[in-house]
Design a protein around this ligand. Structure first.
Ligand SMILES: C[S@@+](CC[C@H](N)C(=O)[O-])C[C@H]1O[C@@H](n2cnc3c(N)ncnc32)[C@H](O)[C@@H]1O
Length: 389
């Protein structure tokens, strides 16, 4: 595959994240051709896809369109898939994984479509090269994605492989961890760029604080990853990638002249957060405290306070949480004047207990749970923080 030839790239993201992804893609110098609720489309080369994989904080996958086909059923899928010159993309020694999203009346499960597509790929390579690649569900090597709706099917080469939200710093996930790309998006929604102080009580395993440190340092989100889908494409030039990676790492780095404070009542969570921060190479940038959120030290300089409290779906007891949410409101009002406060929650009934009027209510999804990022302007002096009712 010619790594300099322009291709049609679909960059995917979580629901409601595409406006932030769109901005990130544009800031990297690309023109967005179209934007959907879970992705953006651009025209870029495979070499540029490498840069996108390395630099994008809010994306999940960078997919390269190989072909759009018309197929009514599984046999037609097999036939059409067999017409692609897979032997030019995949070595027989590689391992292939196919993932599908299917909405076609003849197909009961997407697993069946993936198997049929995988058979077409490995059979074609076996026929052309004399031996077939191994195949399975692991996404560590060549990954192919199918989006099949009615009679139209789009076949993509997944240049990311594993999702880009897997940054590789969270080795042991603690209770209810937030997806890294979502944490980065929330920080972008809060206009965080490292120039203001960030306080993150209830930090859990530290995802928000670590993503903030990566943003503030200008450290690439994928700088800990050593494996991407594009590395398994036939003709991949590893020296070219090493050079590009070096170039991008130097261009992004900034001085650590910012302040991030993270706290949690759970000692084990803080241990985990510290470990994750160390793995991410940002432990020197975050001040950690084991304490109730009400005792989190709030600096004189103003900035952002962001909470991701439990919201009763996975953790927490409803009654107790009502009190906690009320206390969060009191804490923001009494201790954080001059700051902009944020609460990310999937429980709007609990959010009402905060008792402050939100200046913004942004919708996001945490897995399938519809959530809100609530913003509170916590004015100093005479300006009132209005009560919600
Ligand atoms: C939903 S989790 C946060 C997850 C985090 N965003 C992450 O990515 O790992 C909520 C956290 O709030 C903490 N927590 C609950 N009540 C607290 C309190 N009163 N003071 C401080 N932390 C508290 C819990 O220990 C838990 O780690």
């Amino acid at each position: 595959m010619d790594i300099n030839k322009k291709q049609n790239l679909l960059i995917t993201c979580g629901r409601e994240i595409s406006p932030y992804l769109c901005k990130e893609v544009q800031d990297l110098g690309f023109k967005v051709e179209s934007q959907h609720s879970t992705g953006v489309i651009i025209s870029a080369s495979l070499k540029e896809a490498m840069k996108l994989n390395f630099c994008l904080r809010t994306a999940l996958n960078v997919l390269c369109l190989l072909k759009q086909i018309t197929c009514r059923n599984a046999d037609e899928l097999y036939k059409q898939m067999s017409s692609i010159a897979w032997e030019e993309l995949i070595e027989p020694s590689e391992y292939v994984s196919v993932s599908s999203r299917v909405n076609n009346p003849t197909i009961k499960t997407s697993v069946f479509a993936s198997q049929k597509a995988k058979d077409a790929i490995v059979d074609r390579i076996a026929q052309k090269c004399g031996s077939r690649p191994n195949a399975g569900v692991e996404k560590e090597n060549v990954v192919i994605n199918l989006f099949w709706k009615d009679e139209k099917c789009w076949i993509y080469l997944n240049t990311s492989g594993r999702k880009l939200s897997d940054r590789n710093y969270r080795k042991i996930p603690y209770k209810a961890p937030m997806q890294e790309a979502l944490a980065a998006t929330l920080l972008k929604a809060a206009n965080y760029d490292g120039s203001a102080i960030l306080v993150n009580p209830m930090c859990g395993s530290g995802t928000i604080a670590i993503e903030a440190a990566l943003i503030a340092l200008g450290k690439a989100p994928a700088s800990l990853r050593s494996n991407f889908g594009f590395m398994h494409i036939k003709g991949f030039d590893s020296q070219n990638w090493i050079d590009l990676r070096k170039q991008l790492s130097v261009a992004l780095k900034k001085k650590p002249d910012f302040k991030i404070i993270a706290s949690d009542i759970d000692k084990e969570a803080i241990e985990m957060a510290k470990r994750n921060a160390k793995t991410a190479g940002v432990d020197h940038c975050i001040e950690f405290h084991v304490c109730d959120f009400k005792d989190t030290p709030i600096p004189q300089e103003k900035g952002i306070v962001i909470f991701n409290p439990e919201y009763g779906q996975r953790l927490g007891n409803q009654r107790q949480l009502e009190t906690t949410y009320k206390e969060m409101g009191d804490f923001l009002k009494q201790k954080c004047s001059g700051f902009t406060g944020y609460i990310f929650t999937g429980n709007m009934a609990l959010a009402k207990c905060v008792g402050l009027r939100a200046s913004k209510r942004l919708i996001f999804f945490n897995a399938r749970i519809e959530c809100r990022l609530l913003e509170y302007q916590l004015y100093c002096g005479t300006k009132r923080v209005f009560k919600d009712n």
